[in-house]
Design a protein around this ligand. Structure first.
Ligand SMILES: C[S@@+](CC[C@H](N)C(=O)[O-])C[C@H]1O[C@@H](n2cnc3c(N)ncnc32)[C@H](O)[C@@H]1O
Length: 220
């Protein structure tokens, strides 16, 4: 944790938020790629029917707008004011109504109620280990029995130099194979839709479709 001259501590969490503010405010985000394939397939294939949905960390607005265009009652939430401004602008341009809410998924204050369908495209895996636990504490109350949850994560077994780097900088790094099952499994029945090995810095990714269990430990 760094310290500013005036003695205020700057956390890794704040740096991440500044990073997102900068990206959304100043440039086109590299992940601004339109609605994602597995979400489109789940909706257009009829696996997920129009319902009350929330896009957690809605960023570029693509997934939220896609859902609204397909008859969903959509809330989009992100902790970056610049992201929410971009979402409002894009939602208006697309002519859809989405309830855009600025909020922090590790400390929710404004998002209320439960949702039938939750989407997280690249947020949970971005958090440090403490914030991943806080996220679960905050997001679980947004679900009810049988809520569905589509989650995309970076996921691969760490290479030796990554293990060293992440430990050095105190960063959680990508999800490890089996980690989604371990963290979400007590609360959700989990289906892995896809797992891909990639070349380059991001060495792998996975998408899971989960269904909230009636109670922790139950089948579904
Ligand atoms: C990698 S981007 C993905 C954005 C979006 N899901 C997409 O696919 O276009 C991660 C997003 O999560 C948001 N985010 C990160 N941590 C958050 C938190 N604690 N609460 C709310 N949003 C958060 C960031 O502002 C950013 O928009």
């Amino acid at each position: 944790m760094a310290k500013r001259n005036d003695g205020i501590k700057i956390t890794g969490r704040q740096r991440m938020k500044w990073f997102y503010e900068f990206i959304y405010g100043k440039m086109r985000a590299p992940w601004d790629l339109g609605p994602r394939k597995e979400l489109v397939e789940a909706v257009e294939g009829g696996r997920i029917q129009p319902c009350r949905a929330i896009d957690l960390g809605c960023g570029t607005a693509s997934n939220a707008i896609f859902l609204a265009q397909h008859g969903f009652d959509v809330t989009g939430t992100d902790y970056s004011p610049a992201a929410i401004a971009l979402c409002q602008q894009r939602g208006a341009a697309a002519g859809v109504t989405v309830n855009w809410i600025e909020d922090n998924l590790t400390e929710l204050r404004r998002v209320r109620g439960t949702f039938d369908f939750l989407v997280d495209w690249g947020v949970y895996d971005d958090l440090n280990l403490r914030d991943r636990r806080a996220y679960l504490r905050n997001v679980l109350p947004l679900t009810h029995a049988h809520s569905r949850f589509l989650i995309y994560v970076h996921q691969w077994p760490l290479r030796w130099w990554e293990r060293l780097l992440y430990r050095l900088f105190g960063v959680a790094g990508p999800m490890q194979p089996g980690e989604v099952e371990a963290n979400f499994g007590p609360h959700f029945a989990i289906e892995k839709l896809v797992e891909r090995t990639l070349t380059g810095y991001i060495a792998g990714e996975a998408v899971y479709l989960m269904a909230r269990k009636v109670r922790a430990g139950a089948d579904v």
